[in-house]
Structures are given as C-alpha cells and as structure tokens.
Ligand binder design. Structure first.
Ligand code: MEV
Length: 313
C-alpha cells in the first residue's frame, strides 16, 4: 500500500493572467487530499473517491478525472494492463472549484504511486507528474495549481511560455496573514472558462493588452505590499484584481455578491479565486477575529461553505 498527500491552494493574485505568462501569487492551505494506492490481481485501475465535495462536483468532473488519472499513471510509467491498482482518495480538502482540488488529487496520486512502486521521485518530479494530471482537467494548465499543491507556502509563479520550467519562488512573510475562503457552491469548468477567455483575447487583442498591462503592475505592487505586510494596500489591490477579472468576464453574480458582503463586513479586500464563474472567493482579514466575523457574515449571506485559514509562514 502506498500513500501520498496534496495540499489545497488559493490564488491570491493572477488566475487567468498566469496562463499568458504573467506572474501570480498563490498560497497553499492547510487542508489536503490523501491518496492510497493498493495493488490488485485484476488488470486496470479502480477508484473509490471519498473526498468531501460541494454537491455535484465529482459527477461534473468524472470524465476529466479519468483522463487525469491515466495521464499520471502514464507519466509514472505504471502499466496496469496485467496487474491493476485500486486508488482511494480521501482527506479533509472539500472539492470545490477554486481551491485546487484537482491539482491536490494529482499530487496525492503521484506521491502514492511513488511510495508504492519505489519510483524515487523528488518533489520536482512529483510536480511534473501532477502537471500531466492537470492536463486532464484542461488542456493548457499554467502549472500554478500543481506547484502550490506540491510545495505549499506562498508562491510567486511565472509560467514559461516556451514550455521550459516555470519560475517559482517561495516567499516567507514575517507573520501569517488571515484569509477567509467562501464557496458559491457552483462548479465551474476550467477548460471552458479558460477557453472562453482565450477566444475573447484572440478576438480583441487590444482590449486584453490593456487589462493585462494593468494587472502586471498590480501583481508586482502586491508582492511588495505583502512582503512589507501592508495589508491595507494588499486588500485594495485584491479589489482591483477582482474588477479586472470582471472585465475578463470570469466573475458571476454569486461571486460578486459574496465579495460585496466580505467588503461590507470588514474585509481589507476580496476577490474571486481560481477559475471563476462559480467556485470560491477569498477575503483578506486584519486579524483572526476579523476573519471569524467576515466568515459569519458570508455564511449568513448564503455562502455554501466557509473556511478560515492563514498563509505566509
Ligand atoms: C485555475 O485554478 C487557475 C487558472 O488560471 C487556470 C490555470 O492557471 O491553469 C484559471
């Protein structure tokens, strides 16, 4: 029996822009997916997916998950045509769009296979295997989700558009920063939303250029403000990042509603996180108590789930 884990993540700045080579900031969160792999006599692979989920998530993603598992097995060189394997997913990461659930399961699976078959993979190689898995969920993943899921912590990530290894840097803050994550309960297709943004970019390059040029300056200021722990500034930049994502048309009424509630209830800033058009939003809080208060307000305002976490240490 082999086991492995992958962390959930939240994108603080840069979803969608990261696909086109602009920097992004992401943070691993404490919740994780656990994979257990056991060998069986019969050929092929079977799956028992016990992860907690937002209603409908697993059904919606089942076919993408199948391709993803095949991709990870292929990358790891595991041939199940004679002797098969049974995979079990569990852990406390609730599957929802925007929290890195797909990446966490790919990382966990790669680590469990590494454990069971003695592949000798280090974290870099686990990350590569998970990236192949992520391709099952959408054709052109930036790699930020699997990287944040493999390494955890606060990550500055720039995709290499030539196909080479990305630039990624781990940033350590001098204290943890409080964050609230809230779910709309809607499952989004990353493949569809990323594809839609790409079509819009191609049909109106000038419009896209203007938005990404502003974003590029914004994320660099956010990095400096985070390191300086100027959270008021970080919050303002999150608010503006959300507006840029609205211009990209990846927000939705449910996300905008939760973002508004968080801001009215003391958040320093709030924005959607991840794919958008459903999934999750995040709110920056100035203290653990403020995070609790914002979380309560989000629950009262109809969030399907709320998680209080922190990042940066
Ligand atoms: C999804 O969590 C983040 C996106 O930027 C897609 C990607 O980076 O591959 C929307």
């Amino acid at each position: 029996m082999g086991t492995g884990t992958g962390k959930g993540k939240t994108i603080l700045f840069g979803e969608h822009f990261v696909v086109y080579g602009y920097p992004a900031l992401a943070a691993g969160i404490a919740a994780e997916t656990v994979a257990v792999v056991t060998r069986k006599e019969e050929p092929g692979w079977t799956l028992d997916d016990q992860r907690p989920e937002m209603p409908g998530y697993k059904k919606e993603k089942a076919e993408e998950q199948r391709i993803s598992i095949e991709n990870v097995l292929r990358f790891c060189g595991i041939d199940v045509s004679k002797q098969g394997i049974h995979i079990e997913f569990g852990g406390n990461l609730v599957c929802a769009s925007g929290i890195g659930a797909s990446a966490a399961s790919c990382v966990a699976l790669a680590r469990a296979l590494n454990d069971e078959f003695g592949l000798g993979f280090d974290d870099e190689k686990i990350n590569e295997a998970a990236y192949e898995g992520e391709k099952g969920y959408h054709g052109t993943p930036s790699g930020i989700d699997n990287t944040a899921s493999t390494f955890g912590g606060l990550v500055w990530y720039v995709r290499n558009l030539e196909g080479g290894p990305p630039t990624f840097e781990r940033i350590k803050l001098s204290r943890g920063v409080d964050l609230v994550i809230a779910a709309t309960g809607l499952t989004a297709s990353t493949r569809e939303v990323v594809g839609d943004v790409r079509r819009k970019k191609e049909s109106n390059p000038e419009w896209f250029k203007e938005i990404v040029t502003e974003y590029d300056g914004l994320v660099r200021s956010a990095r400096e403000a985070l390191i300086a722990l100027d959270l008021k500034k970080v919050g303002e930049l999150m608010n503006r990042n959300h507006e840029l994502l609205q211009e990209l048309t990846v927000s939705c009424e449910e996300l905008d509603n939760l973002v508004g509630i968080a801001r009215e209830n003391g958040a320093l800033g709030a924005k959607l996180t991840g794919t958008g058009r459903g999934g999750n939003m995040i709110a920056l809080a100035e203290s653990p108590q403020a995070a609790q208060d914002i979380g309560e307000a989000l629950k009262r305002g109809g969030a399907a789930a709320v998680w209080i976490t922190s990042f940066g240490l």
